[in-house]
Design a protein around this ligand. Structure first.
Ligand SMILES: N[C@@H](CCC(=O)N[C@@H](CS)C(=O)NCC(=O)O)C(=O)O
Length: 209
């Protein structure tokens, strides 16, 4: 049995839960981290020395942290040749988009969350949000251009490549109304919203802590 340790309103937990939903795997999710606490629990730290969420626990004998690594592992195990592309170059491209989303695209997200949901209203900084929009818009422009002639990041089919950036695009489109219009990006977001697991774990979830 799979266990996912992590609160549902974390984008990194949402990424893993969306993947599990796509794969149709039996699982249990345990509210952890944020307002639920638990990150400093010594047993939890044995599984995840970072004291962050999510952590995947499998059959009580294997655990894994880093949401992107968890998505890769689950897709490789349960969806080889589909969500986890067989062809080495296609898989490398998928991993390229996954790493890019986690490292390059992601930084706007904590700025949005802190200044829209977590900090007390008097401490929120609209300037920080504007700056994040300004630096992030060209990055979503890269995705928009890439999506000009393909339905999903690796081509005509949905793969694991779509999961990390797809998790973030919801927050971008929902919480950055002053963003530039990117028609291909918005069409991709609409396609993702046709997927029940995306709606359940990403697009219907209000961010927070
Ligand atoms: N790179 C890590 C980041 C993990 C991370 O920073 N998670 C955040 C939530 S998105 C966290 O644990 N925050 C503290 C908490 O929720 O208690 C991953 O992708 O799994």
């Amino acid at each position: 049995m799979l266990k996912v340790w992590g609160r549902a309103n974390s984008s990194n937990v949402g990424k893993v839960m969306w993947c599990i939903g796509e794969l149709g795997l039996q699982h249990e999710r345990i509210d952890w981290g944020g307002r639920f606490g638990g990150n400093d629990d010594p047993d939890y730290r044995k599984m995840n020395p970072n004291g962050r969420v999510p952590t995947l626990e499998e059959d009580g004998e294997f655990s894994l942290w880093e949401s992107g690594a968890i998505v890769r592992y689950l897709c490789a195990k349960h969806s080889a040749g589909a969500l986890y592309p067989d062809e080495l170059k296609v898989r490398a491209e998928a991993e390229q988009w996954m790493d890019w989303a986690a490292v390059t695209l992601h930084p706007f997200n904590p700025v949005f969350i802190a200044n829209m949901f977590v900090l007390p209203p008097e401490k929120r900084d609209p300037e920080a949000i504007s700056k994040a929009v300004e630096t992030t818009a060209p990055l979503f422009g890269i995705l928009d251009q890439h999506l000009a002639n393909r339905a999903y990041l690796c081509g005509s089919e949905f793969t694991m490549a779509d999961i990390p950036a797809g998790t973030l695009v919801h927050r971008w489109i929902t919480y950055a109304p002053e963003r530039p219009k990117h028609a291909n990006l918005e069409a991709w977001y609409e396609r993702l919203k046709q997927r029940p697991a995306y709606v359940e774990h990403v697009s219907s979830v209000t961010p927070g802590r």
